[in-house]
Write a protein that binds this ligand. Structure first.
Ligand SMILES: Cc1cc2nc3c(=O)[nH]c(=O)nc-3n(C[C@H](O)[C@H](O)[C@H](O)COP(=O)(O)OP(=O)(O)OC[C@H]3O[C@@H](n4cnc5c(N)ncnc54)[C@H](O)[C@@H]3O)c2cc1C
Length: 310
């Protein structure tokens, strides 16, 4: 008992059967922008039961919980993330494919990459999720962010979402989840474990053409060769964050090793060795300039997690 009470958080969590725990795990490599400090305890549950046991312990101990998907929309502070950083393995659940005459249901794990949905859609001659092609990250992140483009948003093709909390695991239908532009109202402390997509059968040639065109557009207009985390601000109603930032002269502006992309002003790129402070300095400057000169309050799309050092 004495040994347990003196154990560190990673040691205590390591006692949960079926959880892989890494103390002081570097997180920058787990994010697309490659910035930020370590996790106090990075936990990968190897079964749904282990996940619920972890969520119970987190609740009982009052430990902070951060869920990390593919890290494609996340800025981790330079001081790292205290408490538990949870990462669902991509293969925590088997994929379930049910295809009928007119439509198909694809049930995929939340830790799986978004591209799994695209691949399953194509191999089962389904259509409708083209707008998610080319978006990096996991299906859990896509649901949580209601990811999408001008051509559609994730919830358009979601039928139901399975959510785990300390009380267990259960399915919520789309109608039970309030969602809007780049936001889903998931239960507090809930972790998306599986997502069921409902897609119609349709013109697969047109579907592939739409995805190829979209990917071509991304290659031309986005700085994909440099570490980044996509659009940093959401588009204000009736306007574009990138247009506003460019109009106040910040395209290409540099802070430390972070830069407002020269290709797309709503993107920040890591020039190599950027810190979260470099990125935050740019975010604050972009927000302040657009507020002062254009009277628009830009809303961050990127999620900030962990400790930001002054
Ligand atoms: C090159 C590039 C292009 C992009 N293009 C687009 C685009 O066109 N449209 C768009 O919408 N986004 C885009 N993004 C942003 C990003 O890809 C999406 O937001 C994506 O959905 C993030 O998924 P993720 O798994 O990486 O989430 P993360 O960054 O890991 O997490 C994002 C949020 O989701 C939560 N979360 C993640 N998994 C779970 C889970 N299982 N349960 C509960 N909460 C969870 C996290 O806690 C966090 O709040 C782009 C990013 C990049 C780098």
């Amino acid at each position: 008992m004495v040994a347990i009470s003196r154990a560190s958080l990673p040691e205590r969590l390591g006692l949960i059967s079926g959880c892989e725990v890494t103390a002081r795990a570097p997180l920058a490599p787990l994010t697309s922008v490659r910035v930020g400090g370590p996790a106090e305890a990075l936990v990968r549950p190897r079964s749904p039961e282990a996940l619920v046991a972890l969520l119970r312990q987190v609740r009982e101990e009052g430990v902070p919980l951060t869920v990390l998907g593919g890290g494609a929309n996340t800025l981790v502070g330079d001081g790292g993330i205290p408490g538990v950083t949870l990462k669902l393995p991509s293969n925590l659940f088997p994929e379930v494919v049910e295809v009928g005459e007119e439509e198909g249901r694809l049930t995929l794990g939340a830790g799986a990459a978004i591209v799994r949905l695209i691949n399953q859609m194509r191999s089962n001659k389904l259509v409708g999720a083209e707008f998610l092609a080319g978006i990096p990250g996991t299906l859990g992140g896509a649901v949580s962010m209601n990811a999408g483009t001008k051509n559609g948003e994730c919830f358009r093709v979601v039928e139901a979402v399975e959510v785990a909390t300390a009380d267990g695991v259960g399915w919520l239908s789309r109608a039970e989840i309030p969602y809007r532009y780049r936001h889903a109202g998931l239960p507090a402390g809930g972790v998306v474990t599986r997502v069921r997509f409902l897609l119609p059968k349709g013109d697969t040639v047109a579907s592939k053409k739409a995805m190829d065109e979209d990917l071509g557009y991304r290659k031309r207009s986005q700085p994909l060769s440099q570490p980044n985390f996509g659009s940093v601000f959401t588009n204000p109603p009736g306007d574009f964050a990138g247009r506003l930032i460019e109009s106040v002269g910040l395209k290409g502006h540099v802070s430390g090793r972070a830069q407002v992309s020269t290709l797309h002003a709503n993107w920040i790129v890591n020039l190599g060795g950027a810190t979260a402070r470099d990125v935050l300095t740019l975010l604050s400057l972009m927000q302040a300039r657009v507020r002062e000169e254009r009277g628009v309050e830009l809303q961050p799309e990127v999620k900030r997690v962990g400790v930001f050092l002054p």
